[in-house]
Write a protein that binds this ligand. Structure first.
Ligand code: ZN
Ligand code: ZN
Length: 279
């Protein structure tokens, strides 16, 4: 694989990973990854009152990046990245962090909504299934309208956790959820995709959907095709690895899906500017 790219990864500077940053980078290099980024979480809704000390973690990200960049200079392209979750819940802090840190690459994410703090604990009934998915898309639309990031992360993340109610009934099968959600919520999904196209925000194709049982990347081909139809040209890819074993996992499967959707190149971001790479 000539251009194995993985620019969505986490290390112990995220609260949900124990991996050492140097182990993540070394594994990526050994696997032949040519473009790599650590994108540790900054969850803005819990920034001030959660248990995790974001200030301490964020303060370590730049020195970590500088050290790894020096170590792999000329061997692997490394970008200074971050994944900001729920920025709309603390816009002031989000903008302050972005102003203070000269990130190359910023992922924008929705990991929870106002009524559902833990996606893994959504009650499986019609009221909650419908409310969470509407809140999820509305939060995502707000996120992209704000738009101060490079790529929209794992657009169908919610579908790892929630069945989808459609006019024809509940779709519980994980591999069918993306199609059901795409058809049922087409209007707001179109608005989200139109907005990222208009604002030059990339669409991330996240390979973890394969290992989470969704049968494809997040989002899958239906969303990627629609993004392309609406004029979208910028795709980023990432494994969302939180441990060395998942680095670059199923990225090649993402490339196959992307080629099937008519994409022959993806991009990485350096100082927030896209650089296109053939796949
Ligand atoms: Zn995420
Ligand atoms: Zn992530």
């Amino acid at each position: 694989m000539e251009n194995l790219v993985d620019i969505h990864n986490h290390c112990c500077l995220s609260s949900d990973s124990a991996a050492k940053p140097e182990d993540m980078a070394r594994t990526a290099f050994e696997l032949g990854v040519s473009h790599f980024s650590l994108t540790d979480h900054v969850e803005l809704d819990e920034f001030h009152d959660g248990e995790w000390d974001y200030y301490a973690a964020i303060a370590k990200t730049r020195p970590t990046f500088d050290k790894l960049s020096a170590e792999y200079d000329g061997k692997m392209n490394i970008y200074y990245g971050v994944e900001i979750g729920q920025p709309m819940y603390n816009l002031h802090a989000a903008e302050e962090i972005l102003a203070e840190h000269n990130y190359d690459f910023v992922l924008g994410s929705v990991h929870r909504t106002c009524h559902y703090e833990h996606m893994g604990k959504i009650p499986d009934n019609e009221f909650d299934r419908k409310r969470v998915i509407i809140e999820y898309w509305e939060d995502m639309l707000n996120l992209v309208e704000w738009g101060k990031f490079s790529s929209l992360a794992h657009m169908t993340f919610l579908l790892r956790f929630a069945s989808v109610d459609t006019p024809a009934g509940v779709v519980a099968d994980k591999t069918e959820r993306a199609r059901a959600a795409f058809d049922t919520y087409k209007t707001i999904i179109d608005k989200i995709l139109e907005t990222i196209v208009k604002k030059d925000i990339a669409l991330e194709v996240n390979s973890s959907g394969f290992r989470r049982g969704l049968g494809g990347p997040m989002p899958d081909a239906a969303f990627i095709n629609r993004y392309r139809e609406l004029g979208g040209k910028m795709i980023t890819v990432g494994s969302d690895a939180h441990q060395t074993a998942d680095i670059a996992k199923d990225i090649e499967k993402c490339y196959e899906v992307l080629r099937g959707c008519g994409f022959n190149e993806i991009c990485v971001f350096k100082r927030k500017e896209p650089i296109f790479i053939k796949i």
